[in-house]
Design a protein around this ligand. Structure first.
Ligand code: B3K
Ligand code: ZN
Length: 884
């Protein structure tokens, strides 16, 4: 029988059942089809004979029948582009194995067997950066989600947990450092310049957490003593020239370890924690047990080459990966539909950590900005899915802002509803109950119910329903009572036409207009489609401050006067609500302007109200500069587009630019004064100095809109005198958007100054692709031909093309050329790195929400990609869902 054509797999597991999908018709994997794997694999021993062009892998598995699963006469081991060179069962060469697509099927009759399989791979040819690959002469791995099957045949699913013993050997000259998960147990020298190392990881783990690194690396070494007294050796491995730029990462790691003990009661569990920085990496970093592998972008930082934002990025990602040691590794996911179990929770944990390390309100605003900029559009578009998806074709496509960021918001709501203390009781119970297990989102919810004393029966809908709820708000006043009428609507999303109401916790406060104070804030929870809440003690209609701290990831819709928003923007004692009031003021004005609803007089009045609010922020001595800088950021064009049913990117760009110019002209001298004051603050990493740098760049951005010549002169000066990357990049960003000699010479200087530093050259590419310059599209075309541009390095591709795709003016060029460029990129990149290529489908996927002419051009490009044939599963899934 031809196994490749059998309708269901011999091991009876539908998740793994189907024949290898053709690129055109990828198989839909469904959550409801989950079945436990028929075999347990308690132990695996791996032997790697390392070479850049040829690495031989011998894998020995102990397999025993899983009493909790249906019995199967065979075992299915997943593979991807592998060939078995030999298969042994219980020490004997086997010949009755077969291939089902990419998977290896071995008949097994007994209860327990030993399987020994040999494969060989070519890491240098692996441009997908999944599995084992070569990066600048070193070897490294990326196994999440399904990369391990590119190394050896294995049940590559997160609910199969094994202890790993690994022996690796290779040329000592080529790979002086040999690293793997767990503890180094032995090492030695072989013949002909070879050496070897043996690693053992005592903690059972799924294959996605396996990692191996071999290369010429040096380490920044330190140590950490855990709360329980365990002495942990810490190493951050980088290339030799990068060692001086690892200090911040090491400090961040130690802070993360301490914080997780103090705030979540989580102690580290090995004697060693290694981090390796790699230049070619598909994402930010990876939490492999005891051996985190990082994109260099999230390890290397010093004042000369990294901005304040980069420093924060390093701290946040180091924390995130470290926190996964518990939320992800000790308690892992049963299947990939549960991804938010580890990712949403870990994002929340890293957000709370960063709030504690710096300015909590500013961090909250930044996180909400990311949610609105990336997740809201996802929830309102063709790729919308619940935080726990129901089906997928390529799991790599589900590492999304929804699973990560909305997932974090959902858990944050639980925390808001029960308070910090009870939340901690809930997470303690979760970790205790499920330590060593592959768990589900339902397990987490249940532990929160039992440990935190919450009733989450209706709240579970947040896990199953996609779409950003809209909450309509009306405040009525009669006698001494104010009544808050709330109603909710969860919009239809693909596959989910009808929605049920979800619990929406909202922190509210009512400001008395005379005293300008409120009587304390309250948490109201909207459970039904419509509910009303009464507040007494108000002789006049109070001013409502709602969704303070952004307690719920929803869109608030309400009729509110400009004067109320101006009041809240100036006086609200919740910093987030203050930011929100200013944003609402601006968004309301710009939406009306774009819709053509404003007379000249009304437009001027709106601009004056906004300018007045901005002036108040500039003059408010009680504000710190970090917060001031945050308040000065205008809502992005992408976010504005998202607030409209159908957006005209050109009109949004024109109105937003006009508003900025109006504010800047009215407040030009104030911005110059702000810039001067901030320029006097010397460089260090204190909040005060960081705030000064932030407002300096904001001031320059406004000045560039109001008086470009003056801005150019000040920016050129800032560029020249900069003693740190934040100032240098801020100035260059502004210059890159303007014309003239200053622009050309600063760009040239920057390139020459940092040649050889890939991360800074990435900045050089993205500053130009993201720039406000009217010719940005032409610049991108030219940069694609630059000798330093390559499709093989994801950081470089993202720097040039993601920068371009989020630059509305360039991407949405009326001719459709921007869309064509992104489609061409997807087609060129797909055969090289499908995971990265598929990420570029999203911007084109917004076509339904764009005005008709551009919409047709965007759709035509998606259709062109779809028609190209031979697409990866990653790209074909995203394109077909986008056209859907
Ligand atoms: N867990 C990894 C992401 C893996 C992505 C695979 N496509 C990093 C993280 O979220 O921490
Ligand atoms: Zn993560």
């Amino acid at each position: 029988m031809d196994i490749a054509r059998t309708p269901s797999a011999p091991d009876g597991n539908p998740e793994m059942a189907d024949a290898a999908p053709t690129p055109q018709e990828p198989v839909e994997i469904r959550r409801e089809d989950y079945k436990p794997f028929p075999w347990l694999v308690p132990e695996i021993a791996l032997e790697f004979d390392l070479g850049l062009e040829a690495t031989r892998v011998v894998s020995t598995l102990t397999v025993t029948r899983n009493a909790k699963a249906d019995a199967s006469p065979t075992i299915r081991l997943n593979g991807d582009t592998l060939e078995p060179l030999s298969v042994q069962v219980d020490g004997e060469m086997a010949s009755d194995w077969s291939m089902d697509g990419d998977d290896l099927i071995i008949p097994l009759a007994g209860e327990t067997h030993e399987l020994r399989i040999t494969t060989q791979i070519n890491p240098s040819e692996n441009t997908t950066l999944m599995g084992l690959y070569a990066s600048e002469g070193m070897l490294c791995t990326q196994c999440e989600a399904e990369g391990f099957r590119r190394i050896t045949f294995f049940p590559d699913r997160p609910d199969v947990l094994s202890t790993y013993r690994v022996r690796m050997s290779g040329s000592k000259a080529q790979f002086p450092v040999l690293l793997c998960n767990g503890n180094l147990e032995a090492q030695g020298e072989g013949e002909d310049g070879m050496h070897w190392a043996e690693w053992h990881d005592p903690w059972p783990k799924p294959s996605y957490l396996f990692a191996l690194v071999a290369g010429d690396l040096v380490a920044n070494s330190d140590s950490f003593t855990t709360c329980g007294g365990r002495e942990v050796a810490l190493n951050i491995y980088v290339r030799e020239g990068d060692l001086e730029r690892t200090g911040h990462a090491m400090e961040s790691l130690k802070k993360s370890m301490r914080w997780d003990e103090e705030v979540f009661g989580r102690e580290y569990d090995l004697d060693l924690f290694n981090i390796v920085a790699v230049s070619d990496f598909n994402m930010g970093a990876m939490e492999n047990k005891g051996l985190n592998v990082f994109n260099t972008k999230y390890v290397l930082a010093d004042p000369e080459t990294a901005t304040d934002g980069d420093f924060d990025g390093v701290e946040g990602v180091i924390a995130h990966e470290y926190f996964h040691n518990w939320s992800g590794n000790r308690v892992t996911c049963r299947d990939w539909f549960q991804l938010s179990l580890k990712e949403g929770f870990t994002v929340l944990r890293d957000q709370l950590f960063s709030q504690d390390m710096g300015s909590a309100p500013v961090k909250r605003i930044e996180d909400v900005r990311v949610l609105r900029g990336a997740q809201f559009p996802e929830d309102g578009g063709p790729l919308a899915h619940p935080i726990r998806p129901d089906s997928y074709r390529e799991i790599s496509n589900f590492y999304t802002a929804t699973v990560y960021n909305k997932g974090a918001e959902v858990i944050r709501m639980m925390r808001s509803m029960c308070g910090e203390g009870r939340f901690r009781a809930g997470t303690d119970l979760y970790f205790d109950r499920h330590d060593g297990e592959a768990a589900t989102c339902e397990d987490f919810i249940k532990a929160m119910e039992d440990g935190a004393g919450l009733d989450l029966s209706q709240f579970r809908l947040w896990y199953s329903q996609a779409g950003t709820p809209k909450v309509s708000v009306k405040l009525e006043h009669a006698g001494d009572t104010a009544t808050l009428h709330l109603s909710q609507e969860v919009p239809p999303t693909p596959g989910q036409p009808d929605k049920q109401p979800m619990p929406i916790p909202l922190r509210v406060a009512l400001y008395d207009v005379d005293s300008q104070k409120h009587n304390g804030e309250q948490l109201v929870t909207l459970n039904e489609s419509q509910e009303s809440f009464s507040f007494s003690g108000y002789s006049k209609t109070p001013i409502l401050s709602i969704n303070r701290g952004f307690t719920a990831p929803v869109v608030i819709e309400r009729e509110v006067s400009q004067s109320d928003l101006v009041f809240l923007a100036a006086h609200d004692d919740d910093p987030f609500a203050r930011y929100e009031a200013l944003q609402d003021l601006i968004v309301g004005h710009l939406k009306a302007a774009v819709a053509g609803d404003l007379s000249d007089t009304a437009k001027r009045a709106g601009e004056e109200a906004i300018t007045g609010a901005v002036a108040a922020i500039l003059a408010d001595d009680a504000l710190d500069d970090l917060m001031r800088g945050e308040l000065l950021v205008l809502p992005s064009e992408g976010y504005l587009a998202e607030t409209m049913l159908v957006a005209d990117p050109a009109a949004i760009h024109a109105e937003r630019s006009a508003l900025r110019a109006a504010i800047a002209s009215a407040l030009e001298d104030d911005f110059v004064a702000l810039h001067q004051r901030a320029s006097a603050v010397a460089y260090d990493l204190s909040a005060e100095a960081r705030g000064a740098r932030k407002v300096k760049t904001q001031a320059l951005i406004y000045l560039a809109a109001g008086n470009p010549d003056r801005a150019k002169a000040i920016a050129a000066e800032q560029y020249k005198n900069a003693d740190n990357m934040t100032d240098r990049q801020g100035a260059l960003m502004v210059l890159a958007g303007l014309d003239g000699f200053e622009r050309t010479s600063a760009l040239m200087d920057f390139y020459n100054r940092y040649q050889g530093n890939a991360l800074v050259i990435d900045k050089w590419f993205s500053l130009q692709s993201m720039s406000m310059h009217p010719d940005a599209l032409e610049h991108v075309k030219a940069l694609a031909e630059h000798p330093q541009f390559t499709l093989k390095n994801p950081n470089r591709v993202r720097a040039l093309y993601m920068g371009f795709a989020v630059n509305p003016q360039a991407f949405h060029a009326e001719s459709g050329e921007g869309y064509r460029m992104i489609a061409d990129l997807i087609l060129a990149l797909d055969p090289i790195n499908p995971q990265t290529a598929a990420r570029f489908v999203t911007p084109l996927g917004r076509w339904r929400r764009i005005e008709p002419k551009r919409s047709a051009l965007m759709k035509a490009e998606l259709e062109r990609i779809a028609a190209a044939g031979n697409l990866s599963r990653d790209t074909s899934e995203q394109v077909s869902r986008s056209l859907g």
